[in-house]
Design a protein around this ligand. Structure first.
Ligand code: NAD
Ligand code: UDP
Length: 331
C-alpha cells in the first residue's frame, strides 16, 4: 500500500489543504490510517464537514477552518496543496477568488514549506493543457489555454501555481512535487457540483433526462479516486529529484455519450438523453500519457472505470441529497 508499510514507516506531520473536499477527504483517510499526524485545512467553500466527520474522533487528525489565501503558521513535514474549487460551476462562480486561491494559496504553502524545510505537493490539473492539440497529452506538451476565457481563472491560476512551485524549487531549493490530475471520480463527489459523473449519476437514479452538453462526442479519461490517491502518495514519497510535473489519470478514454449509457445501465435506469449547448472553451478531448508516472512511481490505475462507476453510482444511491447544500447557484 502506497509503498509504505507500518513496520518501515516514519510518522510525519502532514497538512492537507482542501482536505474536506472530494479528493482531500480520501487522502486524509489514507494518511490517518497510515498513522500520520494529519492536519486538514479547509474553508468549506465546496465541501462539508460530513466528509471528514468520522476522522474527528481520531487522535492523529485535526481540522482547521481556514482560507489558504491567508498565511498560516504550522510546523510540518509535508503539505498536500489541494485547496481550490475544481468543478467548472464552482470555480467560475467567483473567478477572481479562484485565481487568488491558486496563486496566494501556492505562495502561502510554499512559504510554509520553505520555513519548515517540508515537502510540498501541488494538485495541478490536466486543465493546464487547455483544449489540447496533442493527443494523448505528455507532460512536455505546453498546452492550448485561453488566458481570457471562462475557464482561465482555473487553468491560468493552476499554471501560475506550477510556475511558483518551480521557482521556489529553483531559487529556494524547496522540495516540490507537481501532480497533473486528470478527471477523477468516486464517492464523496459533491452531488451538486455540476461535474459530469455527479450530474449523470444523480439524474439516472432520479429517472431524469441526462444532460449531454454539445453532441456528447467530446472525450475525457476518468480515473477512480482510490487509484488517484495512491498516485499522489507515491509522488510525495518519491525521491526529491522527482519534482514533476507528473500526469496522474486513467488513460481509458470515453465520450460523454458512452459515459451516459454506462451510468444509465449501472443505475438500472430508464432515463433518456437531452442535449444542451456546449459551454465555452469546453475541451474536445483529454487523455493522459502516463509513461512518466509508470517509470518514476511504478504507478498505473488498477480500478477499471466501469467498476469505479458502479461503486460511485451505489454511493449516490445511498446518500440523502437533503444533506447536501449546492455551494453555488451555478449548477
Ligand atoms: P473539491 O471542490 O471537492 O475540493 C476542494 C476543497 O478545497 C474543498 O473542500 C473546498 O472547500 C476547499 N477550498 C476551496 N477554496 C479554498 C480556500 N480558499 N481555502 C481553503 N480551502 C478551500 O474538489 P476536488 O475534486 O477534491 O479537487 C481537489 C484538488 O484537486 C483541487 O485543487 C483541484 O483543482 C484538483 N484536481 C481535481 C480533479 C478532479 O477530477 N477531481 C482534477 C484535476 C485537479
Ligand atoms: N458535461 C455534460 N453534461 C453535464 C456535465 C458535463 O455533457 O451534465 C460535459 C462537459 O461539457 C465536459 C465533460 O462533460 O465536456 C466533463 O465535464 P466536467 O465538468 O465533469 O469536467 P471538465 O470539463 O472540467 O473536464
Amino acid at each position: 500500500m502506497a509503498g509504505e508499510g507500518f513496520s518501515t514507516m516514519k510518522i510525519r506531520r502532514i497538512v492537507v489543504t482542501g482536505g474536506a473536499g472530494f479528493l482531500g477527504s480520501h487522502l486524509c483517510d489514507r494518511l490517518v490510517e497510515q498513522g500520520h499526524d494529519v492536519i486538514c485545512i479547509d474553508n468549506f467553500f465546496t465541501s462539508q464537514k460530513i466528509n471528514v466527520a468520522r476522522l474527528l474522533s481520531r487522535p492523529n487528525f485535526e481540522l482547521i477552518r481556514h482560507d489558504v489565501t491567508h498565511p498560516l503558521w504550522l510546523e510540518v513535514d509535508e503539505i498536500y496543496n489541494l485547496a481550490c474549487p475544481a468543478a467548472p460551476g464552482h470555480y467560475q462562480y467567483n473567478p477572481i477568488k479562484t485565481m487568488k486561491t491558486s496563486v496566494m494559496g501556492a505562495i502561502n504553502v510554499l512559504g510554509m514549506a520553505k520555513r519548515c524545510n517540508a515537502k510540498v505537493l501541488q494538485a495541478s490539473t490536466s486543465e493546464v493543457y487547455g483544449d489540447p492539440t496533442v493527443h494523448p497529452q505528455p507532460e512536455t506538451y505546453r498546452g492550448n489555454v485561453s488566458p481570457i476565457g471562462p475557464r482561465a481563472c482555473y487553468d491560468e491560476g493552476k499554471r501560475a501555481a506550477e510556475t511558483l512551485f518551480s521557482d521556489y524549487h529553483r531559487k529556494n531549493h524547496v522540495k516540490i512535487r507537481i501532480a497533473r490530475i486528470f478527471n477523477t471520480f468516486g464517492p464523496r463527489m459533491h452531488p451538486f457540483d455540476g461535474r459530469v459523473v455527479s450530474n449523470f449519476a444523480r439524474q439516472a437514479l432520479a429517472g431524469e433526462d441526462l444532460t449531454i452538453f454539445g453532441d456528447g462526442r467530446q472525450t475525457r479519461s476518468f480515473c477512480y479516486v482510490d487509484d488517484l490517491i495512491e498516485g499522489l502518495i507515491r509522488l510525495m514519497n518519491a525521491p526529491d529529484t522527482v519534482t514533476g510535473p507528473v500526469n496522474l489519470g486513467n488513460p481509458k478514454e470515453s465520450s460523454m455519450l458512452e459515459l451516459a449509457q454506462t451510468i444509465i445501465d449501472l443505475a438500472g435506469s430508464k432515463s433518456k438523453l437531452v442535449f444542451r449547448p456546449l459551454p465555452a472553451d469546453d475541451p474536445t478531448q483529454r487523455q493522459p500519457d502516463i509513461t512518466l508516472a509508470k517509470a518514476t512511481l511504478g504507478w498505473e490505475p488498477k480500478v477499471d472505470p466501469r467498476e469505479g462507476l458502479a461503486r460511485t453510482v451505489e454511493w449516490f444511491r445511498n446518500i440523502d441529497l437533503r444533506h447536501y447544500r449546492p455551494p453555488t447557484p451555478n449548477f
